[in-house]
Write a protein that binds this ligand. Structure first.
Ligand SMILES: [Zn+2]
Length: 114
């Protein structure tokens, strides 16, 4: 029966297409995961370049390093505002967040200068 053969053939095609879609999804997931690895490595390269700029004071990528420094200063300013609002200070030794009336840091024992 030609009709039934057609139905079987179409059914088989659909099943194979489904397998292909699954395989494509699997491969795309693998590609995305490999791309993530590259991103992580780019990040490590960036950190190394920036740290070397901080220790040597110069870099081939000075403009970008200066931008990072500016952003870090901005973050420090914003963090200070948050601390101020929380009525807190940071331990100068370990960075622990302490209430303003703390005399000795409970984490590292450093005397807190108030
Ligand atoms: Zn401390």
């Amino acid at each position: 029966m030609a009709f039934l053969d057609d139905v079987r053939r179409i059914g088989k095609n659909i099943a194979e297409k489904g397998k292909d879609v699954l395989e494509i999804t699997k491969l795309n997931t693998q590609i995305a995961s490999e791309k993530d690895k590259i991103k992580d490595l780019y990040e490590k390269i960036g950190e190394q370049v920036y740290n070397s700029y901080l220790s040597s004071g110069s870099s081939e990528y000075e403009d970008l390093c200066v931008q990072i420094q500016e952003i870090e200063n901005k973050i420090k300013e914003l963090t200070d505002k948050v601390l101020e609002l929380k009525n807190a200070v940071k331990c100068s030794n370990c960075g622990a967040e302490l209430t303003k009336d703390t005399i000795y840091c409970p984490k590292c024992g450093t005397k807190v200068a108030n």
